[in-house]
Design a protein around this ligand. Structure first.
Ligand code: TRP
Length: 342
């Protein structure tokens, strides 16, 4: 069963919860937005996914605007790419329901994000809701509605994209037709996994706030402080600064951060700092990050200030996305034998 080569299409999303981190910027926003110049591109805010953990209504509203503003500040060009809010396109939930019937409980039970989150819920009276369990199925619907070929997401989402591929193949196989496009999972080349500055064996995450985590809202002094205290190692020789991720994870993390900020390689950054001490490396990292964050914060504030314009962009995005999604959904339903509504 082969299909015509699908048009290169990129799609990715992020939840409107909390303040995004430097890890989100370097591992998600910037690499994902690079595709808008070469691909048909869809970027969205996944509010339906956010509610798998109970959200304060005012915060959810504010965070949805915030994430949209960060996308735009990070360079999303609304003339080139489609930016929208997931819940503004109803086909996501409808296809999600249908795909539930092509997904096995066992597959969802094996998802590590679900396993991690259910550990956090263990013993709490709220328990684990069904939405959290079915989260990856809705994500599969997000991807398949737009025939995405590339899904740039962090390593932690690889399993979900792989499940999406399995679901698409299973659907196509059931009906003997290539109805759904099977996506790839793309990992960005640099800075894909920014680590916690205090514990470079862990991913930098807003769920572990504090000195190890740089927030996109941090000011210059906060950024400097966090990098100054970053964990490195006790090596003080002339070869201390070199790129060796296994042996020197803290140093490698700083080199990768600088490289991602300056669109170069960690090896090249290490070469430039050869023979220097860790103080110089940390100062360099803070400077590289501040040079990226300052214009980004200004641009984000400007978008949030002009709320009406931001809402217009989201509204236009939804009206561009909706017909594409509706066409895929109609094809799926028609293939399955649903009676078309007149
Ligand atoms: N699960 C993703 C995350 O938490 C967000 C997401 C939802 C997503 N739907 C998507 C990412 C579709 C890529 C494609 O990061």
């Amino acid at each position: 069963m082969t299909s015509a080569t699908p048009a290169p299409t990129v799609l990715t999303g992020i939840q409107p919860t909390g303040v995004p981190t430097l890890g989100n910027l370097l591992g998600f926003f910037l690499p994902a937005l690079g595709f808008q110049h070469t691909h048909t591109a869809y970027y969205f805010v996944v509010d339906h996914h956010a509610i798998t953990v109970r959200q304060d209504p005012a915060e959810l509203r504010a965070n949805t605007h915030e994430i949209a503003a960060w996308y735009l500040a990070a360079g999303l060009d609304p003339a080139k790419a489609t930016l929208f809010v997931q819940s503004h396109v109803p086909a996501h939930v409808e296809l999600g329901w249908i795909l539930n019937t092509f997904t096995q409980m066992g597959e969802l039970e094996r998802m590590t994000q679900y396993k991690d989150k259910s550990v956090q819920h263990a013993g709490k009276e709220t328990g684990i809701n069904v939405g959290l369990f079915g989260y990856p199925v809705l994500q599969a619907a997000d991807i398949l509605l737009y025939h995405a070929t590339e899904v740039p997401v962090g390593e932690d989402q690889r399993q979900h994209v792989e499940l999406c591929r399995d679901i698409a193949l299973r659907f196509n196989h059931s009906y003997g037709q290539p109805v759904l496009t099977v996506p790839k999972h793309s990992l960005p080349p640099h800075g894909a996994r920014v680590r916690d500055l205090q514990d470079p064996t862990k991913k930098m995450s807003k769920s572990r706030p504090g000195l190890g985590c740089v927030l996109l809202t941090d000011d210059t002094a906060e950024v400097e402080k966090k990098f100054k205290r970053a964990v490195t190692d006790s090596d003080s020789g002339a070869e201390a600064i070199r790129y060796a991720p296994e042996e020197k994870p803290g140093v490698a993390n700083l080199l990768e951060i600088i490289a991602a900020c300056r669109a170069t390689t960690p090896q090249a950054v290490a070469e430039g700092l050869r023979g220097q001490q860790y103080g110089a490396l940390k100062a360099e990292a803070a400077a590289a990050v501040n040079a990226v964050l300052q214009p980004l914060q200004a641009a984000k504030a400007a978008w949030l200030h002009d709320r009406a314009q931001l809402d217009d962009v989201l509204q236009q995005g939804a009206s561009r996305a909706a017909p594409v999604a509706a066409a895929t959904l109609a094809r799926v339903k028609n293939t399955m034998g649903y009676l078309p509504a007149r």
